[in-house]
Design a protein around this ligand. Structure first.
Ligand SMILES: Nc1ncnc2c1ncn2[C@@H]1O[C@H](COP(=O)(O)OP(=O)(O)OP(=O)(O)O)[C@@H](O)[C@H]1O
Ligand SMILES: Cc1ncsc1CCO
Ligand SMILES: [Mg+2]
Length: 277
């Protein structure tokens, strides 16, 4: 079980390093939220680059500190570019974040997600329904929860996905982050729980995708559990602040990017969380 004071200190160090080093975390990600992912990565101090093609994925894997792969809008060319990018990252012992958006829809998405079982992403990030579905696809213990994935939004609670998240993290040896009203991050042993954010985050598209992109930036400077926890703390803080003066989701979205930019490493590390087993 991890220690809260040490976790806070390491979150602060990760946020400081990102601000100083501007690490590059390229993405192969969906066409819906690509721009929002890049803006969030830039706002926290990172660098962004989005690609589609296999040779470009490999080139980015060479240049990257870590990468973000999101399954949201699958194209035929991903059949080559995603596996080749992942193999290149593995060859260089670099971490990557997998966001299994839309799991359950279509054959190529399922084929790619199945193949990633052996590739063991450093961080898996998704909503509750997506992570329950992934644990089932990989034939890991998902507890008693049934798969109820429907489109890209969750139909299940974070608590229902806890066992699936633990099983996935034990399989990969990395971290798994489940987003929702209260977010959960686990390394398969310690469970980090943190609330905050805003209901407006479910009324804009890409809060989850950009959270994954931000995790990839932090993963350039920290181990998976710390990178995921730092990102969750920052999102809960920035979401809560952005909601204050926002009458609706449009202005919330704009204010949210500002709050990502304004949050200091001390504030991110100081955001409330609890550790559990
Ligand atoms: N009811 C809520 N109250 C507060 N914050 C929330 C709520 N639901 C989600 N969030 C926050 O929104 C962010 C994205 O989580 P969500 O579960 O909506 O991701 P997602 O479904 O993958 O989103 P998308 O696919 O649209 O990018 C997280 O930071 C999470 O904490
Ligand atoms: C709405 C939507 N459709 C495919 S990806 C995406 C972004 C949220 O995951
Ligand atoms: Mg999502």
């Amino acid at each position: 079980m991890r220690n809260a004071a040490e976790t806070r200190e390491r979150i602060k160090q990760a946020a400081e390093r990102v601000r100083q080093e501007h690490p590059l975390a390229p993405s192969i990600t969906n066409a819906v939220t690509m721009e929002f992912v890049a803006n969030a990565q830039l706002a926290i101090g990172g660098s962004a680059a989005m690609v589609y093609l296999a040779d470009e994925g490999e080139a980015m894997a060479e240049a990257a500190g870590a990468m973000y792969l999101n399954m949201g809008t699958i194209l035929p060319l991903y059949e080559a570019s995603m596996p080749r990018t992942v193999r290149c990252l593995a060859g260089q012992h670099k971490s990557w974040v997998l966001d299994p958006v839309g799991i359950g829809v279509g054959g190529l998405r399922e084929k790619l997600l199945r193949s990633f079982r052996q590739e063991k992403p450093g961080i898996i990030r998704g909503n509750a329904s997506e992570l329950i579905a992934l644990a089932r696809l990989w034939e890991l213990d998902a507890g008693t929860a049934e798969t109820a994935v429907c489109g890209v939004d969750t139909t299940q609670s974070v608590a229902e996905a806890r066992q699936a998240a633990m099983s996935l993290a034990r399989w990969t040896g990395g971290a798994v982050a489940v987003s929702g009203k209260e977010d959960l991050v686990t390394d398969g042993e310690t469970v980090f729980l943190s609330a905050g954010g805003s209901p407006f985050m479910t009324k804009i598209t890409g809060a989850g995708c950009s959270l994954g992109g931000v995790m990839a930036v932090y993963a350039c400077c920290a181990e998976p559990f710390i990178a995921a926890a730092a990102s969750v703390a920052l999102y809960n803080l920035a979401g809560e602040r952005a909601e204050k003066d926002a009458p609706g989701p449009g202005s919330f979205r704009q204010q949210f990017i500002d709050e990502l930019y304004l949050a200091t490493p001390e504030e991110i590390a100081g955001w409330p969380f609890k550790l559990d087993t």
